[in-house]
Write a protein that binds this ligand. Structure first.
Ligand SMILES: Cc1cc2nc3c(=O)[nH]c(=O)nc-3n(C[C@H](O)[C@H](O)[C@H](O)COP(=O)(O)OP(=O)(O)OC[C@H]3O[C@@H](n4cnc5c(N)ncnc54)[C@H](O)[C@@H]3O)c2cc1C
Length: 409
């Protein structure tokens, strides 16, 4: 744990929701804070994303405990658009005077711990001024999120493809695919949103969803019960398998009520299947149960998700691309899919390039990232914390709790 009482200066990397919450906490305990933000605006993922992006949980569940949505910008709809979330984050930053600490267009390039001075030495680049800067800090919190570096897999023959290839992050205008045959790679929330947007608006001529494994889409209401009651309630949380820290007594209780829990989740899965018509030649039902999948590919779809499943122009294929040809893709099973647009909904890559090699060693960087105490604190490196860059939280209040954790003495 950092010796919070002895700290005077702090660096926060990233001015998304996590970075701004962290800055607020650090200012509150009296530190001098600098927030570096690589892009030209605060707000992180909410600044710009695929056409039609928005919050997937109700806005009442996406609030900063210290600063609830001001009445004048409270969304009328339960599920706000990305722009509405951005307005809220901006209002939060303005309310706590955070903007004066933020340096936009400044990307952290190097982070190094100096044993002699017991400080973090940093190198960052201001892309507007086109200058490099060095600075030292007592404490560093990395809040670079999970969605900064788009992941585009490489396929054979990709250079020969004559159509448009684009990652979802850049797919900010649906009209790019007007009248075209679109192949979407992926089956996460982004893929489902893009597919339903393209089909329900009748923008694309056809959409092929190409996926390796299906996830459970959860509609905003099931059997007339809103999802906020279904998934965000203590009653439903008690239906989950026991947490790994559960006591023997809790485990015994779980074993007794296990059949009831199974019945509950199976019932919910059947209701979702019925509503979304999964397994009817479109998207197949996922191989894992809903409670397991929720924590990996959890996705809440708006009503267009159900409408999309009825669209004749939708084809969902479980498979993978073998190679590209000029006018489409050839799958591993030899099938040809014609395509004018390839939309990569293939997620994001993590990068730890800014960390000095010996620091990466101490942090024990794994293939899937860092293993941290409470998902925040590296066990072998003091005065360094990570918020939101190693795990995704389901609601802003959880991210907020993590930031509180980084300032406890
Ligand atoms: C479409 C969509 C819908 C979502 N819906 C929900 C939802 O319903 N509920 C929910 O809880 N979450 C949702 N999320 C997750 C969302 O990512 C989090 O809620 C939250 O906004 C993440 O904030 P963050 O600050 O951790 O990361 P980000 O918002 O990604 O911010 C990270 C910031 O760090 C900056 N950065 C990166 N590297 C550097 C560097 N080297 N130097 C300087 N700056 C850097 C980036 O430019 C970025 O501004 C959704 C995400 C998306 C994309």
């Amino acid at each position: 744990m950092p010796e919070i009482g002895a700290l005077k200066t702090a660096l926060v990397v990233g001015a998304g929701m996590a970075g701004l919450c962290t800055a607020r906490q650090l200012l509150r305990i009296g530190l001098k804070v600098l927030v570096l933000e690589a892009s030209s605006d605060i707000g992180g993922v909410w600044v710009r994303d695929y056409d039609g992006y928005g919050l997937q949980i109700p806005w009442k569940h996406y609030q900063f405990p210290e600063f609830l949505w001001p009445e004048e910008i409270q969304p009328v709809e339960e599920y706000p658009s990305g722009a509405q979330v951005l307005a809220y984050i901006r209002a939060f930053a303005a309310h706590f005077g955070l903007l004066r600490c933020v340096r936009l267009n400044c990307k952290l390039l190097r982070l190094r711990w100096c044993d002699e001075t017991r400080e973090w030495e940093t190198l960052y680049c201001d892309s507007v001024k086109q200058r490099f800067f060095k600075a030292k800090f007592d404490y560093t919190v990395i809040c670079t999120g999970l969605y900064s570096n788009p992941n585009i897999p490489y396929y054979k023959g990709v250079e020969s493809f004559a159509g448009l290839q684009i990652h979802a992050k850049e797919f900010t205008e649906m009209s790019l695919a007007r009248g075209r045959r679109v192949v979407i790679i992926g089956s996460g929330k982004t893929a489902m949103d893009c597919a339903s947007g393209l089909l329900v608006s009748r923008c694309a001529a056809s959409v092929t969803l190409l996926y390796r494994s299906a996830h459970w889409p959860v509609p905003r209401s099931v059997l007339g019960i809103p999802v906020r009651r279904l998934l965000f309630s203590r009653a439903v949380a008690s239906m989950l398998p026991p947490y790994y820290t559960a006591s023997c007594v809790d485990r015994a209780v779980h074993a007794i009520v296990r059949p009831l829990k199974r019945l509950f989740w199976r019932g919910l899965e059947c209701a979702i299947n019925k509503k979304l018509h999964m397994g009817n030649g479109k998207l197949e039902a996922p191989p894992v149960g809903l409670p397991g999948d929720l924590f990996y590919g959890g996705q809440i779809l708006d009503d267009s998700g159900a409408e999309m499943m009825h669209c004749e122009q939708l084809t969902a294929i479980k498979g993978e691309i073998n190679k590209f040809v000029r006018n489409g893709v050839i799958l591993l099973d030899g099938t040809f899919r014609p395509a004018d647009v390839i939309l990569y909904c293939t997620g994001y890559k993590k990068s730890y390039d800014y960390l000095e090699a010996d620091l990466r060693l101490k942090l024990e960087v794994q293939k899937d990232g860092l293993y941290l105490y409470r998902n925040c604190l590296p066990p072998h490196v003091r005065h360094l914390a990570f918020v939101g860059s190693e795990v995704n939280t389901y609601a802003s209040i959880l991210t907020y709790s993590l930031t509180e954790f980084t300032v406890r003495p």
